[in-house]
Design a protein around this ligand. Structure first.
Ligand code: ZN
Length: 148
């Protein structure tokens, strides 16, 4: 899994780009970012579909699930997604405006959160933090965990 993600320059750059988008800038505070990653059916080349954020929530991705369902549907027969990915840019205990204290960023949240998204989409999840990448399945099992 690590090989699939880190030796594919497109996957590695999708992960890095999501992290970069997550970081605070003059225009926005730290915020979660996400997308879908897979392969084009005809060529086997990688496809990275970036979620365009809706609203101002920093510690979640409102609208992601519906967007992803539609993307998967619209690309059926053209591309097959293997993973959904998202970032956890906040450190444990950090105050997230309007949302309270951030929890440990290194674990996917439960069935009402990250694991639920994997269940709804039937995809492996990639969780991106400052130093690590974690791949988890829809049962919440960690499939792999490695340094970025
Ligand atoms: Zn999450």
């Amino acid at each position: 899994m690590r090989k699939r993600l880190m030796e594919d320059p497109n996957a590695a750059s999708a992960i890095d780009a999501a992290w970069t988008r997550s970081q605070a800038t003059d225009e926005h505070p730290k915020r979660e970012e996400g997308g879908l990653f897979g392969k084009v059916d005809a060529t086997g080349s990688s496809i990275d579909s970036v979620f365009v954020r809706e609203g101002n929530a920093q510690g979640s991705l409102p609208g992601f699930g519906q967007w992803a369902q539609k993307k998967i549907r619209d690309n059926r027969g053209v591309a097959t997604y293997d993973f959904w990915y998202h970032t956890h840019p906040h450190e444990a205990g950090e105050i997230v405006a309007g949302e309270g204290q951030a929890i440990n960023p290194e674990f996917p949240t439960g069935e009402g959160g990250d694991i639920g998204v994997s269940q709804d989409l039937d995809l492996l999840g990639i969780l991106i933090t400052k130093k690590h990448v974690t791949v988890f399945d829809k049962k919440g099992f960690i499939r792999c965990y490695f340094d970025r």
